[in-house]
Design a protein around this ligand. Structure first.
Ligand SMILES: *Cc1c(COP(=O)(O)O)cnc(C)c1O
Length: 497
């Protein structure tokens, strides 16, 4: 299996090279030359194997430069013992036709763990395979969830260290506490005076600084990112879609010739793109329902074929989906255009220069066949949280609720009676205020700390708080460094040591 850039500037790379590089030199994203397909025997095996064996089977198809032992090590390191469910990603039934795929049983209670528990192992194996001897220093600027999930993924992984920059005023109390209490011998957490953009631009300028790269290299280190465009983050996400389909076939929920629809709360388009890959591999998937919040640039794109980021940015109750440029969409354009790298490069150039591009009718027609797109604002989202609780006694977080609402609208619009799965991307206790207010009224959270809201929500619903969040308040603070904007670069170099 060889990998190439979506913009045509690189080809013939091994999986290890693609994962180690992350982004191609022409700024394109790495994609496999061809999408492997699964046989009927594969699906039979997947129907009753555990999650780890499912991951091994899928990884083997895409990582043919890794040995079977290396794949075993990556998968065991990622999923053995770090998830609080034996199923890793359990499937919960709401009614006859509706399931919820819970992707938040990892160490940070959000779906980023599914990929970020695997990425560090894929990266260190890639270093070994390509002869990279330097230690990899991961630098992440975060607005919340990614930073913590990356810290948990990379903590104490030999050959790596990680530095996370977060805006001191830009994350929730729980998110901040999750990061400043992070354990591990190779982790560094720095608060930045300013907002997320300040943290992000500081990280970018460090990545671009040739002098810093040379000083690090002289000390046997190289910088890398844990960005969601890395192939090593996308691949682990394909596993749970294929695995879910196989389990639904095995338990008779899905009969021969039937398909299952997936509704996915979407931001950077990574999670739903993994679902597309699973479908192309032969999983019996029908429609992909792309659910957005008030930042509905994807809804408009999938409905009209016009991508236009020139619009106001909304801060919503589902902050992990507050995104106007969904990077992974580039990989879909590459596939739907029949691997036309020049076309992709041109779209991305237009996006860069004007903030807008339009795809030809033939591609728009494919988008309409594959996807249904919908969005909901905060009020509709909260309405869906309380409806889901009242109807099914099932508690969803603000992101998952956006996908539940989109599924409902899809069924209303199309009359579909097909089996459908909602991808659930966070524990309701990760974003407790939006959830508690949805159930008990806008003023219910007034005057309460986030921890108090978590406890009140748990008392009201009898749904337990996941362990990684339950003991958070008591944990000792291990990282309390605060930098001014000017001091960030020097602080990063000094903590790397
Ligand atoms: C990251 C994230 C999303 C969006 O996933 P993408 O792969 O970026 O589309 C949705 N929900 C939660 C809770 C997330 O953390």
């Amino acid at each position: 299996m060889e990998y190439q850039s979506t913009r045509g500037g690189a080809s013939g790379l091994s999986a290890a090279e693609a994962i180690l590089k992350g982004l191609a030199a022409d700024k394109g994203l790495f994609v496999p030359d061809a999408i492997p397909t699964l046989s009927a025997e594969d699906f039979e095996f997947l129907g009753d194997c555990n999650y780890l064996d499912a991951a091994k089977l899928i990884f083997e198809l895409y990582l043919d430069d890794f040995s079977l032992d290396e794949i075993d090590e990556c998968v065991n390191g990622a999923y053995l013992g770090s998830f609080d469910s034996a199923a890793v990603a359990p499937l919960v039934s709401l009614d006859e036709q509706t399931r919820v795929l819970e992707l938040w049983h990892g160490p940070t209670s959000a779906f980023k763990d599914m990929a970020l528990q695997a990425l560090p192992r894929l990266l260190t194996t890639s270093m070994k395979l390509t002869g990279e001897k330097r230690e990899v220093v991961i630098l992440v600027a975060t607005s919340g969830d990614t930073g913590k999930a990356a810290l948990e993924g990379f903590k104490d992984v030999p050959g790596t260290s990680i530095v996370v920059l977060y805006p001191s005023e830009g994350v929730s109390a729980v998110q901040k506490q999750q990061m400043v209490t992070q354990e591990g011998g190779n982790v560094h957490v720095l608060a930045i005076e300013g907002n997320f953009d300040d943290a992000q631009s500081a990280a970018k300028s460090i990545f671009m600084d040739q002098g810093a790269a040379e000083r690090l290299s002289a000390r046997g280190k190289r910088l890398s990112s844990a960005n969601s465009i890395n192939w090593g983050r996308l691949l682990p996400q394909i596993v749970y879609y294929v695995n879910t389909c196989a389990k639904l076939m095995a338990d008779g929920s899905l009969k021969a010739g039937e398909t299952v629809d997936f509704s996915v709360p979407t931001g950077n388009f990574g999670n739903i793109l993994a679902c597309y890959y699973a479908k192309q591999m032969g999983a019996p998937i029908g429609r992909l329902i792309c659910a957005s919040n008030a930042n509905n640039v994807l809804t408009e794109f999938l409905r009209t074929g016009v991508y236009d980021r020139n619009r106001p940015f909304h801060k919503t109750l589902s902050p992990s989906m507050d995104i106007l440029v969904s990077s992974n969409l580039e990989r879909l354009l590459f596939e739907l255009s029949g691997h036309d790298a020049a076309f992709v490069a041109d779209c991305m150039k237009q996006l860069d220069e004007t903030g807008r591009y339009e795809v030809p009718t033939a591609i728009h027609a494919q988008l309409s066949d594959l996807f249904y797109a919908d969005f909901s604002d905060d009020e509709e989202t909260q309405g869906c949280i309380s409806e889901t609780w009242n109807r099914h006694h099932y508690l969803v977080d603000t992101h998952t609720a956006v996908a539940c609402r989109a599924l409902e609208n899809y069924r209303l619009a199309t009359g579909s009676r097909s089996l459908a799965v909602v991808a659930s991307t966070a524990s309701p206790y990760k974003f407790p205020c939006g959830v508690y207010a949805a159930l008990c009224g806008e003023t219910a959270c007034a005057g309460l700390s986030e921890y108090e809201v978590q406890r009140a929500l748990s008392q009201y619903t009898s749904v337990p708080i996941p362990e990684p969040l339950a003991d958070l308040e008591q944990k000792p603070v291990l990282h309390n460094r605060l930098c001014t904007k000017q001091a960030i670069a020097a602080a990063v170099e000094s903590v790397i040591g």
